[in-house]
Design a protein around this ligand. Structure first.
Ligand code: 5AD
Ligand code: SF4
Length: 561
């Protein structure tokens, strides 16, 4: 029988029923500081762990795995892998990391889902709808496959399992995972959490031996800093760089802190290096990514110990559930460095929290043409009591004051937001308050989601999901309708103005037309048949027509940024 140190709790868990001989000490599989084996608790976010907790968080040495697999067992030897990605840009970016790791180990990409030796599905579980899609896709993959030995792996957020059967929620995570997905449903051979992509070659080796393999260990410091992502959409000349992972905010509705773990940031130098590499390859837009992107703080830089100028990073009045953080290099420093490293590349970032928008950051954005004047400012609700129950750390008034302050420095800024319709206890009056906030701010785009209760969250423990589904659906529609009306007004104000558009590709409807985005992030379409510009080139255009989502334009000339 194998030693099963990863068989405990929410942390690493992996079931081996067959022994693998030899030793495995691949350098890329070095052990990371890990979340305690009994999982993340509320207290882990409220204060820094005690020394005892931190000691507990160190996973056993990789030496313990020596007897299981040889380096040769981890080699893909040309096995084919089909990658399927669901969810947001963060998942696309994670899959680029997975591609890179798998190709280093000799696996080869294939787009033949039915025939591939391995299918890896990147999942999202932040909301219920996304999870349902994954279940359906898993069933389809199994029924369409012509490869009877095909290995199927589910990657990313594993709350797909946490929420699969609500009655299991108090049990041991490892047990629930095995029971729900690997054994009972018999759809999947591998489950890998967001911090265990480096372990995939080993998990594949285990699954190839006929066993199911799971590693949902969360880490305190995994950032995949030195993994060079393999990008799939090179044509558009736009790329994403993951700069931090995890979230410490603990909004009461949100499962991310539990599924993605605690906040940790990539060292600044590795990000600047990646920016330079992309610039040299001809990329013209880079979006910096993170669950809580503007909470970025590089603590590895010893040159800046407790420099007070690097610690002023929170908007006054906004509250957090954690102790104020200090020292290191903040998001403002990072943004300044990347903007200067690639002056002809546009930068955007997502997804931020409103509390992390100090005025230095806004002033920096105002001072650089390559920092786009488009800010995502997720409000979630416009009602004080709802915001309080959501644990967002701000009131409607504070949020609106932030919007005003930003607009003083960036008068033409384009704002976008996220809203949740029908959160626990949301009254009709509260909903009206959210509609009025949308009218008052005037967003150029909003992502609106009907609330879905997620296991492990504080809302799941303490609140009641009491808004009926039909009411959620109606409120969802109201929010969408109102944001579109406002977006339409904003876009129509652009008619007659000149805008700089970065070309991304050809229009699907008419190849004479190309599409790109304005600095504010709005899609613009123009006739490119005479100018023949390529993706990655900037065009000065005149806006001639507008609806709530798209601008029509006339080409004026090619331009630099
Ligand atoms: N239900 C609905 N929407 C949610 N979001 C996060 N958790 C939930 C949930 N349980 C939304 C928030 C967040 C976005 C990424 O997803 O609006 O900003
Ligand atoms: Fe979730 Fe965003 Fe709140 Fe973090 S800040 S808990 S990711 S909603």
């Amino acid at each position: 029988m194998l030693r099963q140190w990863w068989l405990r709790g929410v942390g690493a868990c992996s079931t081996f029923t067959r022994a693998h001989s030899g030793c495995s000490t691949s350098s890329s599989m070095k052990p990371k500081r890990a979340i305690p084996s009994d999982g993340l608790q509320l207290s882990d976010f409220i204060r820094e762990g005690t020394k005892k907790q931190r000691q507990k968080a160190i996973i056993p040495s990789i030496e313990d795995t020596k007897e299981y697999l040889s380096p040769e067992d981890l080699n893909g030897n040309g096995k084919t892998v089909c990658y399927v990605t669901y969810g947001c840009q963060m998942n696309v970016s994670d899959m680029e990391i997975v591609r890179s790791i798998m190709s280093q180990y000799g696996f080869v990409e294939s787009d033949q889902k039915e025939k591939a030796d391995i299918v890896l599905l990147m999942t999202c579980s932040i909301r219920d709808g996304a999870e349902k899609k994954v279940w359906n896709q898993l069933k389809l993959i199994r029924s369409n496959s012509v490869n009877k030995r095909q290995i199927v792996g589910v990657l990313g957020l594993f709350s797909v399992l946490m929420n699969a059967k609500i009655s299991y929620l108090t049990g041991c995570m490892a047990e629930r995972v095995r029971h729900d997905l690997l054994e009972k449903r018999n759809l999947v051979n591998i489950v890998a959490g967001p911090d265990s992509y480096r372990d995939l070659p080993r998990l594949v080796a285990v699954a190839s031996g006929g066993s199911n393999a799971i590693n949902v260990q969360l880490s305190l410091d995994e950032t995949y800093a030195e993994v060079q992502p393999i990008r799939v959409d090179a044509e558009s000349r736009t790329a994403f760089i993951s700069i931090m992972r995890g979230c410490d905010n603990m909004c009461t509705y949100c499962v991310v802190p539990f599924t993605r773990g605690r906040e940790r940031s990539r060292p600044i130098d590795s990000i600047v290096e990646e920016v330079r590499r992309l610039r040299d390859q001809g990329y013209k837009q880079i979006t910096l990514l993170g669950q809580n992107v503007n909470s970025y703080r590089d603590m590895t830089s010893m040159d800046f110990p407790m420099n007070p100028s690097t610690t002023e990073d929170r908007v006054p009045g906004f509250k957090t559930v954690y102790k104020p953080k200090s020292g290191g290099l903040t998001f403002t420093s990072l943004l300044e460095k990347v903007a200067d490293a690639a002056p002809d590349v546009r930068f955007r970032f997502t997804s931020p929290h409103p509390k992390d928008f100090p005025m230095q950051l806004i002033e920096l954005i105002a001072s650089r043409t390559n920092l786009c004047k488009q800010l995502h400012l997720p409000a979630q609700s416009g009602d004080d009591e709802t915001l309080d129950r959501m644990g967002r750390g701000y009131s409607r008034d504070l949020y609106l004051r932030l919007v005003d302050d930003i607009r003083i420095i960036l008068p033409n800024v384009s704002l976008t937001s996220d809203f949740i319709a029908g959160f626990c206890g949301e009254t009709e009056e509260a909903h009206q308050n959210t509609l009025s906030l949308i009218r008052e701010v005037g967003y150029s785009f909003c992502f609106v989601f009907p609330y879905s209760m997620r296991g492990k969250t504080r809302a799941h423990h303490r609140l009641t999901d009491d808004v009926p589904e039909n009411v959620k659906a109606r409120r969802h529609l109201d929010l969408t309708t109102v944001f579109r009306e406002e977006a339409m007004k904003l876009n129509q104000k652009l008619i007659g103005t000149e805008q700089t558009v970065l070309l991304e590709g050809k229009s699907k409807r008419d190849v004479a037309f190309s599409h790109g985005r304005t600095d504010g992030g709005v899609k613009a379409v123009f006739d490119n048949s005479k100018s023949q510009l390529n993706p990655g080139q900037y065009a000065k255009v005149l806006i001639t027509e507008a609806n709530s989502q798209t601008l029509k334009a006339e080409f004026i000339r090619e331009t630099d940024l």
